[in-house]
Ligand binder design. Structure first.
Ligand code: GFB
Length: 307
């Protein structure tokens, strides 16, 4: 999702875009990655590839989330250093911050407290990615920067009900309930946790802005600066989909971290704010979802790793 949004954004930049899908290149294989980067010699690299998933995938596949993400980022960052890549933008995640970090979470909250247990494996890998960028900058003078996006949603999301994130899962569940005339939809947890959601195309715009205007060691948060509860999100999605039914909360499922709102003042000071409202972003995503369904696409069970 993030990778394809970056491609859409770069289409307006007049640059040659180099991509390698997973059939061509396994980013977990160091030799393959180093060979590919040395042959292609990119000027700028966005590290959007990662093994990702929602709260359940994170909690039940700890080895994959830790190993895949550590090795993917290490291979790409080291290959970029060896090939002399001019600029590299690494994508982290807002789950790098302590579970009970002061809200909104400033960049300097990193490593000030214990992580949220449901996604600590992914968080540890992403923290290592930030540190790799900083270390290669310090020791080798590489212009490698790190961006920390909040929860994402949008075109190309993973709509798998078990493995996906809450935004895509609710859209798929609520659409199905409407299509099948069901009078209620199950929502995991209590519905009270709050999350901040950024449209993937806005993320791509923010990343290009950073690539052009930022060159320093501290990582930079990218978000909208506002949050909604899961309950409010469900209401909004139901409104976009046109679903009149009720919600039932399955409190045997985890809530995860209670709040995760980013302080976006560093990004604002750099001259960027997210342009798309939550309603417009979800309307665009639902439009795309319906088009893909009409075209016969199976939107559930998309592979977890995206580039
Ligand atoms: O996006 P999500 O799965 O992960 O959202 P996190 C989890 C929140 O949504 C919890 C509630 O409060 C869940 O109880 N929820 C309600 C649901 N219904 C559903 C549902 O059908 N599916 C899902 N998935 N959740 C993510 C990490 O944490 O944060 C990512 O998993 C990444 O790896 C991202 O780091 C920034 O927001 O808790």
């Amino acid at each position: 999702m993030a990778g394809s949004a970056i491609l859409r954004r770069l289409a307006g930049e007049g640059c040659e875009v180099l991509t390698a899908d997973r059939a061509t290149l396994d980013l977990r294989r160091q030799e393959e990655v180093e060979r590919w980067v040395a042959q292609q010699r990119p000027d700028l690299v966005f590290v959007a590839a990662a093994t990702v998933g929602g709260i359940l995938a994170n909690a039940t596949r700890p080895a994959e989330f830790l190993y895949d993400n550590l090795v993917i980022e290490t291979n790409i960052i080291h290959a970029a250093y060896r090939t002399g890549v001019g600029k590299l933008v690494f994508l982290g995640s807002s789950c790098i911050y302590p579970r009970l970090a002061e809200q909104p979470m400033r960049e300097d909250a990193l490593l000030t407290g214990p992580l949220e247990p449901t996604n600590e494996w992914y968080a540890v890998a992403k923290i290592a990615g930030i540190k790799l960028c900083q270390a290669y900058r310090r020791q080798y003078g590489c212009d490698f920067i790190a961006a920390m996006p909040t929860n994402l949603y949008g075109i190309g999301d993973n709509f798998d009900l078990q493995g996906g994130h809450v935004a895509a899962a609710l859209l798929a569940k609520i659409h199905r309930a409407k299509a099948e005339g069901l009078d209620s939809v199950e929502i995991w947890g209590t519905g009270t946790p709050k999350r901040e959601f950024l449209f993937a195309d806005d993320l791509a715009d923010g990343l290009v802005h950073l690539a052009k205007h930022y060159s320093d060691e501290p990582h930079v948060n990218i978000g909208t600066g506002s949050e909604v509860s899961i309950r409010e999100l469900a209401d909004l999605v139901a409104d976009v989909v046109g679903y009149p039914g009720r919600f039932q909360y399955d409190t045997s499922k985890p809530d995860g971290t209670p709040r995760k709102l980013l302080d976006v003042s560093r990004m604002t000071a750099l001259g960027w704010t997210a342009p798309t409202s939550l309603r417009d972003g979800f309307a665009a995503t639902y439009c795309w979802y319906l088009e893909r369904l009409a075209g016969g696409a199976d939107l559930r069970g998309q592979p977890a790793r995206t580039a």
